[in-house]
Design a protein around this ligand. Structure first.
Ligand code: GSH
Length: 231
């Protein structure tokens, strides 16, 4: 490891953020020790605003005095800056495909998933249809594979983390069922196996605590979702 890589690592994150989990999980897979600095997103710290002045969001990775923002970029940085098992595949085409599916998750899944959970009526029906179409594409990616990365957890698995514990907890709070054994058996199995991995489990929010946190924010999520609907 280069002297630069040996500098202290911190993640500015939030306990229940799947994006923070991506950054932590990348570090765990690499075996890099780090400090988690928990952020109050209702009262953002100078530390966060100084290091992520553009988006003002978690996670931020601090490596020594240098900051990296945006969870997918953090995952790539961690993969390149530290020794340890590779997170992205070695083959250039497989790397490109991993980046493609990670971007697909951010561009086509995150928002409809969230809106399917926290809206109602006709709008909700539309978002449920949209997210299920995207889940069908992810389900196909898992054919013959334990994880999106193959036998081991990789880049796309971390990108998809929201559809493991977070999805199950949201389903419990809202009563909306998106991933069933009948419709998406591979995704459902993947969600369980992803959360059960030792390194992943070490930085995954506790289910009961996550349930409490998200239940407490339910009204706020519903109001936010409503404000995002087309007028
Ligand atoms: N595209 C960003 C999304 C990060 C994100 O949305 N973080 C949320 C927490 S889950 C946040 O910091 N929200 C605060 C805000 O929007 O003001 C990433 O991948 O890192």
């Amino acid at each position: 490891m280069s002297p630069a890589a040996a500098a202290a690592v911190k993640v500015i994150g939030a306990y229940d953020s799947p994006f923070s989990h991506r950054a932590e999980a990348a570090l765990r897979l690499k075996g890099v020790p780090y400090e988690l600095v928990l952020e109050d997103l209702h009262n953002k710290s100078d530390l966060l605003l100084t290091h992520n002045p553009v988006h003002k969001k978690v996670p931020v990775l601090l490596h020594g005095d240098r900051a990296v923002c945006e969870s997918l970029i953090i995952m790539e940085y961690v993969d390149e800056a530290f020794d340890g098992p590779a997170i992205l595949p070695a083959d250039p085409h497989e790397r490109a495909m991993a980046r493609f599916w990670a971007r697909f998750i951010d561009d086509k899944c995150s928002e409809p998933f969230w809106l399917a959970m926290w809206t109602d009526g006709e709008a909700q029906k539309g978002y449920i249809k949209e997210i299920k179409e995207s889940f069908a594409l992810l389900e196909a990616q898992l054919e013959g594979k334990r994880f999106f990365g193959g036998d081991a957890i990789g880049f796309v698995d971390l990108a998809a983390c929201e559809f493991s514990r977070w999805l199950g907890v949201c389903e419990e709070i809202t009563g909306v069922s998106l991933v069933t054994e009948e419709e998406f058996p591979r995704l459902q199995r993947w969600a369980v196996e992803y959360a059960a991995d030792e390194k992943i489990g070490a930085c995954m929010p506790d289910r009961a605590v996550l349930l409490d946190h998200l239940t407490a924010e339910k009204e706020m999520f519903m109001a936010m979702a409503k404000s995002r609907l087309p007028k």
